[in-house]
Structures are given as C-alpha cells and as structure tokens.
Design a protein around this ligand. Structure first.
Ligand code: XIL
Length: 346
C-alpha cells in the first residue's frame, strides 16, 4: 500500500486530523509514537484531563500526565484538544457529596481555573461539557450529578467560567448518539438543537459542538441525507463542528480480515463524506489511532484487554495503515474545504 498521510490530507482541506492518546503509549511505544507524530496534528488526552485524574483528592492536583502530553505536543509541533472539563462519568469520588452543597460550584470552578490557563497556549478547543443530553427527559438534559446539584443552568455556568479562563479558546459541548437516524438519535438531535438555541438566547459563549462519532456497523449504513441536514442545522447556527471520537464497532469479527477492514472503511467513509462536505467541520479526531490501543477492546466490566479484537481504527495492531486510512484521505480530498486556516485556529 502507498504511504498514507492523514495530516496532509486534512491540512489540504484546512482541517486537522487528530487522535486520542495516552502519554504512556507515546512514552513506551516508539512505533506508535512515530505513527502519531507522522499522522496527527492534534492529540486528545484520552484520560489525562478528566477531573478524576487531575484532582484525585480535593485540592491535590495531578497534572503530571497532562503536562507530559502538553510537552510532547509542544516539542513536536502538535496541538492538544481539551477533552473534557465536565463529564458525569469522571467525577472524583471525594467530590460526589460536596458537589451538592452551596460551595459545590466553587469546587468545579477551581478545577477549571487550575487547568485551563495552564494549557491555553496549546489547547484550541475545549469540550467544556461532555454528554449533557438525555432525550428521554422533558428538557432533553441528563440528570447528572451536575444537573442534580445546580439544575439545568450548570451548562451556562460552565461555559461562562470557561470563557473567562480561556478567552481565546473555542468552547464546545460534546455528545454522542446523533450520527444515525433512528428515533433515539432523532430525539437527541432535537434535544441538542434546543439546548443550543436556549444557550444562544441567554448569550452563553458556545463556539461549537463535538460529535463523538462512535460508529457501529450493527446500525447499518448512515443515513447520509439526514446527517447532512443535521450538520447544516448546526452550521446555520454559526457553530463549529468537530468530529471528536471517531471509531467503528464491527458487526462480525469472524469474517476474513480483508473483508472486515473493507466494511470498517466503508462505514467510516459514508460518515466522513457527509461530515467533510460541511465546511463548519474543522477537524476529525479518531478515538485512538491504532487497534493496538482502542477502548472498544477493553472490557468495561473486567478491564481485560483484547488487543486488536475490534479493528475499528485507521491503523492495525502492527501500525500498518488499513483501508480506513485511505478512505479518510479520500474523504478529505473530496469534501468541501473549511475556510482558510487564517480564519480559524485548529
Ligand atoms: C473513555 C476512555 O477511552 C476509556 O479508557 C475510559 O475508561 C472511559 O472513557 N466518550 C467520551 C470519552 O467522551 O471520554 C470516553 O473515553 C469514551 C466515550
């Protein structure tokens, strides 16, 4: 197969390509490190920025992994993607009770204040609130500990705090379950648009939306038309769109490898063709770069790792580019470019 270069393909369309990584992978695995350096302009900390990691005990901040990743990015001319400040699944154990007290918001604000200025030089985009949606609720919002403690306005407070601490940063809400077009996704899209409209009305600083994009071949092909319409609805609201966590869950891992890889590539391509036809989409990040390290291959319950079991990322366990790579390059090439980079930071 010819050399593949996702960075250049993304750059040619005024976008960035990135991947979620853990610093230990970069530190200990030279082949992986080289592949990341060659292919990515942006790195997302898979874990290092999450609240339970940065503040494992109250006031005892642990920025070591994030600092090391930031230094790696600075040394290698990369940018970091700020994932994520508020996520209901990464609240440190110590914070779960005090979050419900009148001083609860101070704890959150303190975490933001310690974190954002420390990385403002290297982070352009911040996932300020991760996964706030629940379309089964009347107001479309997940009853997270944040919601329970502060009510629906926690999202507004978080974005306002973030704007204060990162005046130049692009501030985002990041969520999943809006890629396909079943009834659930339809309801989630509606909930997201309603949330955006409400925040806009309240003049809350929101620059964009992250679409996680954990694709699943069980779900069949993407409804391209309806996805395009949804992305346009976001773009028409003046928002940037980031593809933040792309990977592909396979449907049948007993098929021959070549066929499996082709199906993954086709699934990714059908999605990326729509995403990259939309100029408001400024970058694509995959959740991992190689099947050697994919959260899909970690059993959520036992923590057991099945390396390479699911082949849903651009590079295989041997760091060889798979058809996913080439289909992503093609999708960048065929899409509509984003506005020139002088008009936006990436
Ligand atoms: C995941 C990581 O990949 C796992 O290693 C960790 O155990 C849990 O979090 N949506 C997100 C990401 O926004 O932060 C999640 O990352 C995957 C789902």
């Amino acid at each position: 197969m010819p050399e593949v270069d996702l960075r250049s393909a993304a750059r040619a369309s005024n976008r960035f390509f990135g991947a979620a990584v853990q610093i230990e992978q970069l530190r200990n695995d030279s082949l992986f490190r080289r592949t990341v350096i060659n292919q990515c302009d942006s790195l997302t900390p898979e874990l290092a920025l999450k609240w339970e990691v940065i503040e494992p005990a109250q006031g005892a901040f642990n920025f070591a992994p994030m600092d090391e990743l930031a230094d790696f990015a600075r040394d290698n001319g990369k940018r970091l993607y700020g994932h994520t400040l508020l996520w209901y699944r990464s609240i440190p154990a110590w914070a779960r009770t005090p979050i419900n007290t009148p001083r609860g918001w101070d704890m959150i604000h303190r975490g933001f204040a310690e974190t954002m200025p420390r990385y403002n030089d290297i982070v352009d985009y911040w996932d300020v609130v991760n996964e706030p949606l629940d379309s089964t609720q009347d107001d479309g919002l997940r009853r997270s500990p944040f919601y329970e403690a502060f009510g629906p306005d926690y999202i507004r407070h978080a974005l306002n705090s973030a704007r204060h601490l990162a005046p130049q940063g692009k501030l985002l809400i990041n969520d999943y379950g809006v890629e396909y077009s079943g009834p659930d996704e339809h309801a989630r899209r509606k909930a997201l648009l309603a949330l955006i409209d409400k925040l806009r009305q309240q003049r809350v600083p929101l620059d964009g939306v992250g679409i996680q994009s954990h694709l699943d071949l069980h779900r069949g092909p993407i409804d391209q038309q309806s996805l395009a319409t949804f992305l346009k609805e976001l773009a028409d609201r003046g928002l940037l769109i980031l593809i933040t966590e792309l990977d592909v869950r396979e449907v049948d891992i007993t098929m021959p490898l070549a066929l499996r890889d082709q199906k993954v590539a086709e699934g990714a391509r059908a999605f990326l063709d729509v995403a990259l036809a939309q100029p408001a989409v400024r970058g694509v990040t995959t959740w991992g770069l190689s099947d050697r390290y994919s959260w899909i291959n970690v059993d959520a319950d036992t923590g057991r790792v099945h390396t390479g079991r699911n082949r849903g990322l651009p590079f295989d366990v041997d760091m060889k580019p798979k058809p996913f790579c080439y289909s992503a390059v093609e999708a960048f090439r065929n899409g509509s470019p984003a506005p020139p980079r002088s008009n936006h930071k990436s």
